[in-house]
Design a protein around this ligand. Structure first.
Ligand code: AP5
Length: 217
């Protein structure tokens, strides 16, 4: 599958992307994960990105497009990809359209995960993430907890809260989403690629996405 997952912070894009990737081997490409890895490695990209991310602001489009052009040219994308957290602005969506035309790649679908705001706020404050960069499993202390002593059930590493999970950064991320990312719903609607899914249960959402892809093929 070659799809984009849209949705507010905490809508469940990462959770759904991991389930879809396990289903057919399409690669999950999360710009958030790529940027957090760069911050950990203290690379030039990481140093530039950290101040934006910690505040909950978007990293500049030019940096993101450079990363994504390189990533989408890698051979593992030929089988399929799930874009999680990209594109995030209209200029990124326009650049992606040109890039995919250049690579002769056709998008199957753009899924918007529609989740009520109060559910999102609750999820973001209760999320935990595996600290092992090769694992990055996503937990939630209410709906999907790690072990009682705070370890990842897959690899045993400690689970942590992200640096952008302060109340101030969460508020800013949600405002940034409304201002810069929500307009992509209209953009992809006009392109005829959008499917809106009211998403409270990730497994049901995955089934709906599979069904939509079958209907389109
Ligand atoms: P990014 O990492 O993309 O963060 P985000 O979009 O804010 O999304 P999240 O990862 O917070 O949430 P999610 O939708 O993946 O939800 P999850 O599955 O974890 O970006 C971080 C930062 O990087 C940005 O702020 C920006 O600075 C920068 N950046 C990234 N991409 C960029 C771009 N393209 N351009 C510019 N800057 C960029 O789920 C959330 C929680 O809910 C978890 O605890 C999970 O267990 C729980 N949960 C999920 N689904 C369910 C369910 N069905 N029921 C119960 N609990 C659930």
């Amino acid at each position: 599958m070659k799809i984009i997952l849209l949705g507010a912070p905490g809508a469940g894009k990462g959770t759904v992307a991991k389930l879809l990737s396990a289903f057919d081997g399409s690669v999950q490409i999360s710009t958030g994960d790529i940027l957090r890895a760069a911050v950990r490695e203290r690379s030039d990209l990481g140093k530039k990105a950290k101040e934006y991310m910690d505040k909950g602001d978007l990293v500049p489009d030019s940096l993101i497009m450079k990363i994504m052009e390189e990533r989408l040219r890698e051979p593992d994308c030929e089988k399929g990809f799930i874009l999680d957290g990209f594109p995030r602005t209209i200029p990124q969506a326009e650049d992606l359209k040109m890039l995919l035309e250049k690579l002769n790649v056709q998008l199957d679908l753009v899924i918007n995960l529609d989740v009520p705001k109060e559910v999102i706020l609750d999820r973001l404050t209760t999320r935990r993430t595996c600290s092992n960069p090769d694992c990055q499993a996503i937990y939630n202390i209410k709906s999907n907890p790690p072990t009682p002593d705070g370890k990842c059930t897959i690899c045993g590493s400690p689970v942590i809260q992200r640096d952008d999970e302060t109340e101030e950064a969460i508020t800013n991320r949600l405002e940034t989403y409304n201002e810069k990312t929500a307009p992509l719903i209209g953009f992809y609607g006009t392109e005829g690629l959008l499917r809106n899914i009211f998403s409270l249960n990730s497994k049901e959402t995955v089934e709906e996405i599979k069904e939509s892809l079958k209907l389109k093929v």
